[in-house]
Design a protein around this ligand. Structure first.
Ligand SMILES: Cc1ncc(COP(=O)(O)O)c(C=O)c1O
Length: 402
């Protein structure tokens, strides 16, 4: 009765089962995966948010497939502040970045066509590709001694094929936090140009640099050499995921840009998914992004510093550099697989982290934590991680026969 594309195994994984059991037994959970900003104790300007949604214009329905022009102008102003010239006509509003991905997969890929994606990266891409009958072909990101992640250019080139339609970059990536470097961008543009591919740049975390020291590319929204789709939205830029507004900026050579916009307009017209109140509120939301962004940046830095203090003086848990974004990757001893670490920490200590394999890390020794949780919870969770790892290492080494 059902389509094969929805033939998922819907059985909760072991971590979800353990979490469910804890919650049923009313046992406390310190959630180090929390990345819903509306639950992390930030101060939102409540009056401004309510006022922004009270525009009388929302009593009128004037559908525009690209989204209300007032909203698109505000998005263009956001890019102007980043130094990119974007015309509101180059913008399509969507209800989420995930929806934007779906539009693009619909636009670019026939069933069986493929799109290159970084690995490790954001797991929702797998489901979005499946729902849109596209194949994802991963290209590895490699972590170097200097503490930065780079696309493996050789592997990426080898994976380009006759059915490849686009290359996705996540800038900065979730969860590695890595931005696309200038050199990498040149390489990617060259690949796209040579193989007639589109470049899709997911920039939802662009405004959250943390330890970004090496020079990296800015927004892709001004890219003109190849057909480029730049995605972002309110869920991270303004920490307002509940408002359900995101966008696609289309840039590139004139003709390809025009054709892409006309086709996207047709797709968007079939759904008209962005509500008028949110579209009209977009200028006010974007104008007021700085106070919430600065609270979030302070939180990211404070939690990272607290983590570093805990890591000093013990050799077992380390972390990778966080160029940007909301996450940190922890490295634990390989004596236990990432999933086992996550299960043990939840069962024994009530601390929830994501195992790296959720994000397709090549090695099995990574756990991913969000840097958004409130500082006291973050610190106590991290302390328990470090103590548990020390305890298990001691146990294991005392049972090792020399
Ligand atoms: C890299 C990345 N892209 C897109 C999204 C989805 O954003 P939206 O809430 O706009 O669908 C997320 C959500 O966490 C994300 O991490």
């Amino acid at each position: 009765m059902f389509a094969r594309r929805t033939d998922w195994s819907l059985r909760p994984n072991r971590l979800a089962q353990e979490l469910d059991a804890r919650r049923r037994h009313k046992l406390p959970v310190t959630d180090l995966t929390e990345s819903n900003p509306t639950r992390c104790g930030f101060e939102y300007s409540e009056d401004a948010i309510r006022q922004a949604l009270a525009d009388r214009g929302c009593l009128l329905y004037e559908p525009d497939p690209r989204g209300h022009v007032a909203g698109r102008r505000a998005v263009a102003a956001y890019y102007a502040a980043l130094g990119a010239t974007v015309d509101p006509e180059q913008i399509i509003l969507t209800s989420s970045t995930s929806e934007a991905y779906s539009y693009l997969l619909r636009l670019l890929a026939d069933p069986g066509d493929s799109v290159l994606v970084p690995q490790p990266s954001y797991p929702l891409l797998d489901v979005l590709a499946q729902l849109n009958d596209a194949e994802l072909v991963p290209y590895p990101l490699l972590y170097d001694d200097g503490g930065s992640w780079q696309p493996d250019q050789e592997a990426l080139s080898a994976r380009l094929g006759s059915r490849t339609r686009a290359i996705i970059v996540v800038h900065p990536n979730n969860p590695t936090g890595s931005y696309v470097g200038h050199g990498d961008l040149r390489f990617l543009i060259e690949c796209c140009r040579r193989h007639q591919l589109a470049l899709i740049a997911d920039e939802v975390f662009l405004d959250y640099p943390v330890e970004a020291s090496r020079g990296h590319a800015g927004t892709h929204a001004g890219t003109s050499e190849v057909l480029t789709f730049t995605l972002s939205g309110l869920s991270k830029i303004c920490a307002l995921p509940q408002m359900k507004v995101a966008w696609i900026v289309v840039s590139g050579p004139d003709e390809a840009q025009r054709e892409a916009l006309a086709r996207l307009e047709m797709i968007a017209d079939s759904y008209l998914s962005v509500g008028t109140p949110q579209s009209l509120a977009l200028p006010a939301f974007l104008d007021s992004r700085h106070p919430i962004q600065s609270q979030i940046r302070q939180r990211l830095t404070a939690n990272l510093q607290a983590l570093d203090k805990q890591l000093v003086g013990q050799p077992l848990v380390t972390r990778l550099r966080v160029e940007g974004g909301w996450y940190v990757v922890l490295r634990l001893p390989e004596m236990v697989e990432d999933e086992e670490w996550a299960l043990t920490l939840l069962r024994e200590d009530g601390v929830l982290l994501h195992p790296g394999h959720f994000y397709n890390f090549a090695s099995g020794d990574c756990l991913v934590a969000s840097l958004l949780p409130e500082p006291a919870a973050f610190l106590s969770g991290i302390e328990r991680v470090i103590n548990r790892v020390a305890w298990i290492s001691t146990l294991r080494s005392s049972h090792t026969v020399p």
